[in-house]
Design a protein around this ligand. Sequence first.
Ligand code: UDP
Length: 328
Amino acid sequence: MRILVTGGAGYIGSVITEELVAGGHQVIVFDNLAKGHRDAVVEDAELVQGDVLDGEALRRTLRERGIEAVVHMAADSLVGDSVTDPGRYYRTNVVGGLSLLAAMRAESVNRLVFSSTAAVYGEPLKVPIEEDDPTSPTNPYGETKLAFERALIWHERAHGLRHVSLRYFNAAGASARCGERHDPETHLIPLVLQAALGEAREVVVFGDDYPTRDGTCVRDYIHVLDLARAHVIALEALARGGAPHRVYNVGCGGEGYTVREVIDAAQRITGQAIPVRLGPRRPGDPAVLVAGSARIERELGLRPRHQDLAAIIGSSFRWMLAARRAAA
Ligand code: UDP
């Protein structure tokens, strides 16, 4: 298949691109490089630098590259940031998404895999969260992802757009080649590892008065390689002519891990004591987000291969060490 990956120079997008190329697909990455990295795109994929708000550039790319399906990753994706700058999240995630849909329609491309998020659920009423549970986002990030999911459903009815929305839980870990590289970094696992490497003074724990086993937030960390595999499988299902639209959680399920458990695991793996300071809650953070992942296993056959938190954190740590060696 010839596949366009918007946001394919970012952390998750670069691993998806890697997996698709390894599976024999032809990949064109469309990325404005605002947060992505040119060198994160594997050699066998083509990079087109462009913004999803630029409908003309999208149309040209779809047409000239003969694109058959799209993975839409390009987004603003930070919970805290979205609370302080909601306008940017609506512009990038909703307006940008609609710009892509218009371009796809104009060029008769009608298969899409959308990177959605567990943040669409908000504070869950029960755990694990199932796909049909109520959606009530607690921050603009989740709100804008949900708005676009809903836009997809109307586009399917009106124009026959076939799509899968993948609601990611917490992507973590690294492939041998691609890992998490944000500036500034806000995600827990890379921050904890930076502290272990002595690059940060301490880790600030955002609240320890949540109704969880140790008072810190519980998240469901899924290895980025498993997450990438979910996209490949979803694209293949759409190509086979499966259901016209479907929503799937992508997480490991189980009990999830608290912030303190992540820090403890990182201390064991790195052999370093990690200084911790307690800070206030981060606005918009639900206490617990853990996936019910039965649907994607039953319907698409996806079962995570790398569920162990220590293995996930270990892959990030190895990648960070290699990246620092290469830069030295
Ligand atoms: N977190 C934290 N300190 C940090 C960064 C994150 O305590 O410096 C917590 C955050 O409140 C959340 C969890 O770690 O409960 C995972 O946060 P992250 O930003 O990695 O992912 P998110 O859940 O926002 O997608």
